[in-house]
Ligand binder design. Sequence first.
Ligand code: FES
Length: 116
Amino acid sequence: MLGRFFGLFRGKGLIIQGTGKLPEGEARKVDVGDVLAGGRQVILCRVKGKLHALDAECPHEGGRIVPGPLVDGRFAVCPLHNYKFDAATGENDGHLCRAAKTYRVEEKNGDAELWV
Ligand code: FES
């Protein structure tokens, strides 16, 4: 069933409204589908004016990367062990674990299109 849900968005992104209001160096969480039923949480991050999308699931030990101010204006944080992830690449600062999953996101007229 979840595959069918995500299949609806193949080739066409999910529209996220109001992303143009996300300030520089900040991050916002977006639920994609019913998270309790296997949906995803995505962290949208604004770095140097560009929007980036990270999966909220931390690749270290399954914690959650959180929204909020980005460390040094570009790293999203998982508070479980305070690992930092580059919003643009998903790479862990210090390469202590594998990279967080990233998604394609494009912004237009203050809204974003997200491919998960
Ligand atoms: S589980 Fe995220 S930093 Fe350890």
